[in-house]
Design a protein around this ligand. Structure first.
Ligand code: KG4
Ligand code: ZN
Length: 338
């Protein structure tokens, strides 16, 4: 590269999106390709791990080729290969990790294994408007919900995470109960705009206490009972109110812990990521909170909030690469090391 930076080829397959990207070590995105498997999982109302692995296997080579072509490079032009090695669906992770290791081995390139959650945090470090640590980061998606204290580029300290369902998972399950498609978070968001958030009094998990953990299973159960009580016709007729009230409870839970974490860490900057960061109520409330408290707020563009490989490349920029052949024995893990 003319500016002296190297090119990183990254692969991400921890859940149901097959992703590859080319990013410079300076943080400039040259390509960021995502092939979504949503339509394959829709009929099951959730991600089926074995189906996800098989589709990753079918798609990964084409997605990598697309990422290289869009960036206008060939594999030998890359200086580093990176892939998500944890946490996620083990079979899905293995496809991306093995592909990345094979590519790195073939081109005798160094390799870096990346934690997916570090990737979500590192989405904030990408050009054109990188956020510098320290900051507080909320990640809320279909697979995870956590609060991280980001003190430097190389990692994060976990302050709290969900004890049961992820925020997006709760929204998706609620959407399913209301007869919406999968994943239903975005549709529920739209439906909620026409509803009354005070129509139903849904519980906010972990309301009491200092813990920065989240819980959404009680809220989900409350909706199951409410839908049962209303019956099919009334549930359908009051879908907007149900959606608005449910969304209100999810956003209140997230904001409650964000505020507690801001107070306990004294952070002056807040970043939000994960698919749920697209939620309009959450965005509005978070923006109001930051304005009220005089905090800097960063929400990466939608393509960098949801799962993608540019964020994995971004995390790899700040980790120690392992030269060939040291990485060949690297394994995938379902759980995060944090
Ligand atoms: O990060 P992501 O694409 O994938 C992972 O789960 O890792 O997040 C997807 C989640 C789904 O649960 C989806 O319903 C939710 O993000 N989502 C939303 C919205 N758009 C996507 N939830 C609420 N409001 C939205 N506008
Ligand atoms: Zn994710």
């Amino acid at each position: 590269m003319e500016d002296g930076s190297l090119l990183i080829l990254a692969i991400e397959t921890s859940c149901d999106d097959t992703c590859a990207a080319v990013v410079t070590t300076g943080g400039r995105i040259l390509s960021n390709v995502v092939s979504s498997q949503d339509r394959f999982h829709e009929r099951y109302g959730g991600v089926v791990p074995e189906v996800a692995s098989r589709h990753h296997l079918e798609l990964v080579n084409a997605v990598v080729d697309d990422a290289l072509q869009t960036a206008g490079i060939e594999l030998r032009d890359a200086g580093l290969v990176a892939a998500t090695s944890r946490p996620g669906l083990i079979g899905a992770l293995l496809v991306g990790l093995s592909t990345a290791k094979a590519l790195a081995a073939a081109a005798r390139l160094p390799f870096t294994a990346v934690d997916h959650l570090h990737g979500h945090v590192a989405a904030n470090f990408l050009e054109p408007e990188p956020l510098e640590p320290p900051f507080l980061c909320l990640i809320a998606s279909g697979g995870h919900t956590l609060l991280a204290s980001v003190e430097d580029h190389g990692g994060y300290t976990l302050l709290g995470s969900t004890r049961d369902d992820a925020a997006g998972e709760a929204l998706d399950k609620a959407a399913r109960m209301m007869g919406l498609g999968y994943p239903g978070g975005a549709e529920l968001d739209r439906l909620a705009r026409g509803g009354d958030p005070a129509a139903f009094d849904f519980p906010v998990g972990m309301r009491r206490g200092d813990s920065l953990d989240f819980s959404f299973s009680g809220l989900k159960t409350a909706l199951v009972y409410k839908v049962r009580e209303l019956g099919e016709a009334a549930t359908l007729a009051r879908r907007s109110d149900l959606a608005a009230s449910f969304e209100r409870a999810v956003v209140d839970s997230l904001l409650l812990k964000v505020e507690q974490a801001l107070d306990s860490t004294g952070a002056t900057r807040l970043a939000i990521g994960g698919g749920v960061a697209a939620n309009s109520l959450l965005r509005r409330e978070v923006a109001d909170l930051c304005e009220e408290k005089g905090l800097e707020l960063k929400i990466p563009p939608p393509a960098l909030c949801t799962d993608n490989a540019a964020m994995i490349a971004s995390a790899a920029r700040f980790l120690e690469p392992v030269p060939y052949p040291g990485f060949l024995a690297f394994d995938a893990f379902a759980r995060s090391a944090a």
